[in-house]
Design a protein around this ligand. Sequence first.
Ligand SMILES: [Zn+2]
Length: 221
Amino acid sequence: MKFYWVKTHWIIKKIFSGFTWNFPTTKKIVYLTFDDGPTPEVTDWTLSILKEYNAQATFFCIGANIKTNPDLFSKIQQHGHTIGNHTYNHLNGWHTTTQEYIENVDLCENVIKEFSVGNNSDIKLFRPPYGKLKRSQFKLLKQKGYKVIMWDILSADFDTTISPEKCAENVLKNIQSGSIVIFHDSLKASKNLKFALPKTLDYLQKNGFEMKAIKFAPEPN
Ligand SMILES: [Zn+2]
């Protein structure tokens, strides 16, 4: 059985305080994020349901998937969502040399630039696949102007051993103002996602939450 925290433990947030885990606020705002796309059909579905609820979100895309689905990548942005870098080949930072890792981030950055709409490529957001990143990798990402965005609520939609109901519960029991929630617009997660996301959006709308996209552009040097 896999081990993971549905709600990120405070001690993890404290040890890795250079990462963004949530955006503390008293306002009713939450930040929904979707990793691993763009994926035909799953991303399309995600975009339609977000639109239905007037929700903005952030998509951490895999470079190789952008390259294969450039129109879908543009569509994400045309819907007003922001995009982030999730490496070109979904690398595990702990198992990759820092040089190889950064080169892979650059590859992803290049396709983002190539297929970005408007000034979206100025937004420098990064999410490490599996949440795994070495300190040396983090340091270089920071130097390149990236903000590393983690999460405080893990839907665990990728876990095919849990029920869609459990996936929805993971989010609904833990979500609060300023939360960053992670979902996946991937084939593997789609069964849980298609149940849990509408439930989440419904709950947030009924409780007066705004769903916003994460935006961060570094200061020009
Ligand atoms: Zn991922």
